[in-house]
Design a protein around this ligand. Structure first.
Ligand code: GDD
Ligand code: MG
Length: 335
């Protein structure tokens, strides 16, 4: 028996014009007619009872969360009055577990098509978390020097595909990432964590006693109390706060396909180009990705992303899609 906790408090700016601050990435329908958080929930409910699935999200996204997950008991939605990043969110959410229970924390916004392999790996991690009293990560074989991920340096193999971790490095620069990949014993951190409640609290106590002091006796459903406390809680991700520091980190080598779907380029990578789509015509160009209900014609351009929604139209060089943030901040200024 475990508790699964979906982290769903991020803000999404990289998917404009599909997203805006009212609908961050986890609430977007990127790959199907279901939102990413809905897909995450459906993946979990294959093996878990809804009463053991929790979501921690922003107070302002309560209605959206309820609408996406109507089967989830309402008291399983934990609300944060203000975002404090993932270390406080993991701490608050872990409070719902029993002392020795294993907790599985996962992002709301990942693409994981291979459910069977995903669950095999999770069960392996759950058993290992009980046996080794460690903080378990899932290590993904890196395919490019991505700087938006954490890197896990593996040490000795304690059991088949279960490694002790030598070091955890969150979001290195590109030179360091290239170096890591060359070495061969480095993995991407998938952003999913498995640990026993008491092991997690002991490790947090060691390295983040301030966060623990403020949160350990709170009822995570007492929003009034959280309104008072949260502004004083440090804003830091679990990767920096705990994973880089703890000496009890392990990783399970994982081979299910996985993507954080960070921006339009990763969507294009997963879906492929649209040059041959029925609603697209490309003249003297190639490698166009189109997301639009309208007919789109492209002339003399290559490696372009075109996204059209009711919010606006994006036309971008695919290598520069990260800069969509600059458009979003401009829009914010204009209100
Ligand atoms: N409840 C809550 N509150 N959730 C949050 C908050 C918060 O303040 N901030 C972020 N989240 C949620 C996001 O919605 C997402 O589902 C998850 O926590 C991870 O946050 P991201 O902001 O997406 O993290 P990241 O992608 O930059 O980095 C993490 O994931 C990578 C893999 O995708 C790290 O763990 C990296 O090491 C890892 O490689
Ligand atoms: Mg992410």
């Amino acid at each position: 028996k475990i508790k699964a906790i979906i982290l769903a408090g991020g803000s999404g700016e990289r998917f404009w014009p599909l997203s805006n601050s009212k609908t961050p990435k986890q609430f977007l329908k990127i790959f199907s007619n279901k939102s990413l958080i809905r897909e995450t929930y459906e993946r979990l409910v294959l093996k878990l009872d809804p009463k053991d699935i929790f979501v921690i999200t922003a107070e302002k996204h309560f209605d959206l969360t309820k609408k996406e997950l109507p089967e989830l008991p309402e008291e399983n939605i934990i609300l944060e009055p203000i975002p404090r990043n993932t270390a406080p969110a993991c701490t608050l959410a872990t409070l719902v577990a029993d002392k020795n229970e294993v907790v599985f924390i996962l992002p709301a916004d990942h693409y994981i098509p291979d459910v069977e392999n995903f669950w095999k790996t999770i069960f392996k991690a759950v058993n290992a978390a009980k046996e080794y009293d460690g903080l378990f990560t899932l290590g993904i074989k890196p395919t490019r020097p991505e700087t938006g991920y954490g890197y896990i340096e593996s040490k000795n193999e304690v059991e088949e595909n279960i490694f002790k971790v030598k070091a955890f490095r969150e979001k290195p620069n590109v030179e360091t990432a290239i170096d890591f990949i060359k070495k061969g014993n480095f993995y991407w951190n998938s952003g999913m964590f498995i640990w026993k409640k008491d092991v997690f609290f002991e490790e947090m106590e060691k390295y983040n006693s301030n966060i623990i002091k403020k949160l350990k006796d709170v009822d995570p459903r007492n929003i009034e109390k959280l309104r008072k406390i949260m502004p004083e809680v440090e804003k830091i991700s679990i990767d920096y706060a705990l994973m880089e520091k703890s000496k009890k980190v392990y990783t399970i080598k994982s081979n299910f396909s996985w993507s954080d779907v960070g921006n339009w380029l990763s969507v294009r990578e997963l879906k492929g180009y649209s040059d041959e789509n029925e609603n697209v015509k490309v003249v003297e160009g190639k490698n166009i990705y189109v997301s639009s209900k309208k007919f789109v014609g492209v002339i003399g351009l290559s490696n372009i992303v075109v996204v059209e929604t009711d919010n606006g139209i994006l036309v971008a060089n695919e290598e520069k899609v990260q800069k969509v943030r600059e458009i979003v901040s401009e829009l914010k200024e204009k209100g």
